[in-house]
Design a protein around this ligand. Structure first.
Ligand code: SF4
Length: 76
């Protein structure tokens, strides 16, 4: 990928939640409701399969930074 392609295609961010570490605070869903939801037990789930849209990346980084259990991992 050239630098120009990277600019036009974004950063291909992906995100995942460690289900064992998650304690269900839902602060991630408050920070990025388009990306994080809850399962039947209240633990976080990622709602978007594949790459996070570029316009939501800042929200995902905020959610990751505010997760008290460090359960969110950003890739890319
Ligand atoms: S903030 Fe972290 S620990 Fe809390 S629900 Fe979200 S991923 Fe889980």
């Amino acid at each position: 990928m050239t630098l120009g392609e990277r600019w036009t295609k974004g950063t291909s961010m992906r995100v995942r939640v460690d289900a064992d570490a998650c304690h269900g605070h839902q602060s991630c869903a408050i920070a990025a409701p388009e990306v994080f939801g809850a399962d039947d037990y209240g633990n976080a789930v990622v709602l978007i399969e594949g790459d996070i849209p570029t316009e939501l990346e800042a929200k995902v980084r905020r959610a990751e930074g505010n997760c008290p259990e460090r359960a969110i991992t950003i890739e890319g």
